[in-house]
Design a protein around this ligand. Structure first.
Ligand code: NAP
Length: 562
């Protein structure tokens, strides 16, 4: 971290802007567009990478692909953009989504206001000036009225510290920091740690080119087919003609995308009815089995076990060696869908290949990385390349890395010491004029991200218009409102099986991280109605500070309702 006193030497006067946006992924690009082109503010976006794309910039691993259909997983704010862009597949791959975001950046001339290769190191609220002072790793400083981290919930890599890593003579990388030039696996012995959503996509693709692929599995996952397909010209035309209907339906749906309809209870159906229903949802692919088969799967262990057993039966059908099939089946006690359901294409068939080996780390744990590969308790697996598909410090990691301090020197890491807290995943008490996008306690990972992002950004832009329009310097959410909202989100989650499972949703993948379920599990449509009501009622949960308010009066008397 740069020394704050030193950083003044790099740039004596901070550059004054209306807003700093951090990140140039789906959220950062749209936020920049809205604030600059619709609100006519002076905005800079700071991006650590050398290009736009966010997670779609970093996740270049083989097989990376979106598991929400492009008809939903795309911007809806521009009809022209919808009509001109061609999605070649139903579920687009990473290169296509990256090209799309690059196209968006060019089309709306966003790149000129993005500082690339620029990582935010410190962001602090200046109580006297009612402005944010943002310092980058290079030492540049920006003074901004508004600070909008658009950093996503899964962008802080978690690479386990394994003894001996420094001795490995082969190559290695983290899945979400894939080398831009790619990696040629031809003739190589490759190892991969992890079997989550990332690895499940990468494994079948890498197996096709590597001489040998060794998968180090700690926990088997309930992976379900994606059912991707190439889009024909006729389908593309139909999609383009239906966008208005698709978007309307998405906005009115629970998760911001169109899925099949769930039945109320698995236990209310006969075993035959259940099987037929699960078969249908499995065939439909993506998240249909998970969220659109039975409503009670996430509440009721007995119901959940019927879906779990159905997926196990599919794994046993698809994997020819029964012993390997058993290792790939999550055992009883692991509930279906309480860890994120990976969507796969040929994942289980990859284990039928002669060049793929599955290592069960529960039987033979990792001991250390040695110069020639990975030593587990029973043998050394020779490797030329090792991939860490080991996940992220979700929800909080990328925010805390920016060393954010709010009013009266309150550090975000202290405010979040028992888990992340926010109002609607938009505002954090004590951090005035800071807006987060699809943050913790919003529907976030349980809602179609591009649509959730647009709805959050639209709300933020409206709130800024309101604040500026009334001549206010700052806007901050009341503590009581944040407390009530966090309690509500937690109470909804407590009703479900999620807190009983071990997952990144709960922070379990990061040693020492406080357990908290930070996703609003209620109906997404209801959520967005709530935030829209907050705006329509002129932000009753917020306090506003008039310009000069903090300088002239006590904090309490200076804050007003507008
Ligand atoms: P993840 O779901 O957290 O999976 C990490 C994997 O690494 C798990 O199998 C985990 O095992 C294993 N692991 C971690 N530390 C380990 C260690 N020390 N030793 C052995 N194994 C270890 O991470 P991810 O697969 O990158 O996915 C993260 C999220 O990104 C997904 O859940 C999804 O939301 C998103 N994603 C989306 C897409 C998409 O849209 N298409 C694609 C990829 C990812 P345990 O389970 O035992 O902890």
């Amino acid at each position: 971290m740069p020394d704050k006193t030193m950083s003044a030497e790099f740039n004596v006067t901070p550059q004054k802007v209306d807003a700093v946006v951090v990140g140039a992924g789906f959220a950062g690009l749209y936020m920049l567009y809205l604030l600059r082109d619709k609100l006519k503010l002076n905005v800079v976006a700071l991006e650590a990478a050398d290009g736009v794309g966010g997670v779609w910039y970093w996740n270049r691993y083989p097989g990376a692909r979106c598991d929400i259909a492009a008809a939903h997983y795309s911007y809806s704010f521009s009809k022209e953009l919808e009509q001109e862009w061609v999605w070649p597949e139903k579920y687009p791959d990473q290169p296509t989504i990256l090209k799309y975001l690059e196209h968006v950046a060019d089309r709306f001339d966003l790149t000129r206001d993005i500082q690339f290769d620029t990582r935010v190191e410190i962001a602090e609220f200046d109580d006297k000036e009612q402005r944010w002072l943002v310092t980058t790793k290079k030492g540049d400083q920006y003074s901004a009225q508004y600070f909008v981290p658009a950093v996503g919930i899964l962008s802080d890599p978690k690479i386990p510290q394994i003894k001996g890593h420094e001795n490995f003579k082969g190559g290695s990388c983290f899945s979400g920091r894939w080398p831009k030039e790619g990696v040629d696996f031809a003739g190589k012995n490759v190892g991969i740690i992890g079997t989550g959503a990332t690895a499940v996509q990468a494994i079948p693709v890498i197996a096709e080119t590597a001489a040998h692929l060794t998968v180090f599995q700690r926990t088997p996952y309930f992976a379900v087919p994606l059912q991707n397909k190439v889009m024909t010209e006729a389908e593309d035309k139909r999609m383009k003609a239906s966008y208005a209907k698709i978007r309307k339906h998405d906005r009115e749906s629970v998760g911001g995308m169109t899925l099949s309809e769930a039945r109320p209870s698995a236990m209310a159906d006969t075993p035959e009815q259940r099987k037929a229903h699960y078969e249908q949802r499995y065939k439909e692919g993506t998240f249909n089995l998970w969220v659109a088969s039975y409503d009670d799967l996430i509440y009721d262990r007995e119901s959940n076990e019927t879906a779990a057993e159905f997926v196990r039966s599919k794994i046993r059908e698809r994997v020819t060696d029964p012993e390997i099939a058993e290792l790939l089946c999550p055992p009883k006690g692991i509930t279906f869908g309480t860890k994120r359901q990976p969507c796969e294409t040929g994942y289980f068939e990859a284990y039928n290949r002669d060049n793929v080996t599955l290592v069960d780390l529960n039987q033979t744990p990792i001991e250390e990385i040695v110069s020639e590969g990975m030593r587990t308790s029973d043998q050394t697996h020779e490797l030329d390349y090792l991939i860490f598909a080991t996940g992220y410090d979700a929800f909080t990691g990328s925010y805390l890395k920016m060393n954010i301090t709010g009013r009266n020197g309150l550090a975000l890491k202290d405010h979040w010491s028992n888990g992340p807290r926010s109002y609607f995943g938009l505002s954090v008490t004590g951090f005035p004029n800071m807006f987060i996008i699809t943050g913790p306690q919003s529907p976030s990972a349980f809602y179609n991200f591009p649509l959730g992002i647009e709805r959050h950004c639209d709300w933020i832009a409206d709130c800024i218009v309101h604040t500026n329009g009334r001549g206010m310097a700052a806007v901050d959410v009341e503590q009581k409102r944040e407390e009530e909202w966090v309690a509500k989100v937690t109470a909804i989650a407590e009703e479900t099986l999620f807190p009983q499972a071990s997952s990144w949703y709960m922070g379990d993948n990061i040693p020492g991280k406080p357990r908290a379920f930070a996703i609003y599990l209620g109906d997404g449509q209801v959520f967005y109605e709530m935030i829209e009501r907050e705006a329509a009622d002129k932000y009753p949960s917020y306090n506003f500070v008039p310009k000069g308010g903090e300088k002239t009066g006590t904090e309490a008397s200076a804050r007003v309702k507008t």
